[in-house]
Design a protein around this ligand. Structure first.
Ligand SMILES: *Cc1c(COP(=O)(O)O)cnc(C)c1O
Length: 399
């Protein structure tokens, strides 16, 4: 997909619009499958981007699905995933939501002792489960996106292993898998190996274990100087560690991963239009027809997205601060060199596939963007832009 294609899409469907390049998702998926042992399974963490067409596409590629809510599970089933290719990894849900997942026959991952006990008391060994462990590894780009550290709400602490065993023994729980997900944007492959070592140690406490799920956290480059997690190196190291362990223990496990960002981030291009150029005493603002209501990552995570001016690629470079149009400070980028931006120019945010549209809202009663899938050289509208009436949907006018 070229910049020309993007400009065409902007002209045809308007802005703001998220565009996803299917080829990029395929490339990333194949990068993973070719880097790891062929028995390794990849569960797309669909909270990154859950448009039904993206789910169907990942299903066509042969992927599995990681879901954090019952609705994601239902979307996955609707998209055609077989139940056994879906893992439900919720956090702080009640037993009712877990029971609904049981009725849908998907794999279930439990992440606290209370539910483990309730589940065990009611169902014993009649439905196999996963247990989510918090290994207390600090991993990931920063505190907001790290989930394995000591203060994290995720998982059951490895120090509570005795307690898990107690619940297992008294309720006859059938634990078929162990899970850990220590954070997002993990650069160092050794963090995964450290996690794997902990898994191996835990494995002997779970006699029915079949699956070791290492979660995700694969990093993608957001700026030119960033690196992507080297999955080739990681794949080799993991394969070695697993084969060493199988030899010494005589046990075999299937290894799972749950990439979100790694699969879809790069595929996403967020198209916006420049509404105004506003020169103040200190800076030149490029004010666009979007805001953190459409792409919250820069304000929420301090994340960096490359921005380019598609309409004036040969213009002289000038320095801009790119901001949105909502009544909040919604700075997308400070002091960016862009080819001269004129009012009406189309800008693109790169790497906007993951946690972009998915975290959008109607704040300021603004409409959510359209979504387009670029597949086999053709642009397909996969979500219409919100309309005014959408703002009133579910509201009950009592006055
Ligand atoms: C969010 C999440 C992922 C995906 O994380 P990425 O950084 O997008 O790869 C995987 N597993 C679980 C349980 C998650 O909550």
């Amino acid at each position: 997909m070229t910049n020309k294609d993007l400009l065409k899409i902007a002209a045809q469907y308007g802005t703001p619009t998220y565009v996803y390049d299917a080829d990029s998702i395929k490339t990333q998926y194949e990068k993973l499958t070719s880097s790891f042992h062929r028995s390794t399974r990849f569960f797309y963490a669909c909270k990154a981007l859950s448009n039904i067409n993206i789910l169907k596409y990942v299903n066509q590629l042969g992927g599995n699905l990681d879901c954090v809510s019952i609705n994601e599970v239902k979307l996955g089933l609707r998209a055609g995933f077989e139940p056994k290719k879906i893992l439900f990894t919720p956090n702080c849900v009640d037993l009712v939501e877990i029971e609904e997942a049981m009725s849908l026959k998907v794999h279930i991952n439990i992440d606290n002792i209370s539910i483990l006990e309730q589940f065990g008391n009611k169902y014993g060994d009649s439905y196999p489960i996963f247990v989510r462990i918090n290994p207390h590894i600090f991993a990931g780009g920063n505190y907001k996106i790290s989930t394995g550290h000591i203060d994290s709400k995720f998982g059951i602490s490895i120090h509570q292993l005795r307690h898990i065993e107690r619940v297992m023994k008294t309720t006859n729980l059938n634990v078929e898998g162990l899970h850990m997900h220590t954070g997002s944007e993990i650069k160092d492959p050794d963090v995964f190996l450290q996690g794997l070592d902990i898994m191996f140690e835990l494995a002997e406490h779970f006699p029915n274990l079949k699956y070791l799920d290492m979660g995700s956290g694969f990093k993608v480059p957001y700026q030119e100087s960033d690196l992507e997690t080297d999955v080739k190196v990681l794949g080799k190291k993991v394969e070695q560690a697993v084969s060493d362990f199988s030899k010494s223990s005589g046990k075999k496990f299937e290894l799972w991963f749950e990439p979100g960002k790694f699969l879809v981030s790069k595929s996403g291009h967020f198209l916006v239009k420049t509404n105004v150029i506003k020169q103040t005493t200190a800076t030149v603002f490029a004010g666009i027809n979007s805001g953190f209501n459409h792409l919250i990552r820069p304000m929420f995570y301090d994340s960096y997205h490359i921005i380019e001016n598609l309409s004036n690629p040969k213009g002289a470079e000038r320095i801009y601060t790119v901001v949105g149009n909502i009544c909040e400070t919604d700075t997308f980028a400070w002091d960016r060199k862009l080819h001269e931006v004129r009012e009406g120019d189309i800008l693109v945010f790169r790497n906007a596939g993951a946690y972009g549209f998915e975290m959008s809202s109607n704040f300021n009663s603004r409409l959510k963007p359209a979504e387009v899938l670029f597949l086999d050289g053709k642009a397909h509208l996969i979500r219409t832009r919100d309309e005014f009436e959408d703002l009133l949907r579910n509201q009950i006018e009592v006055l």
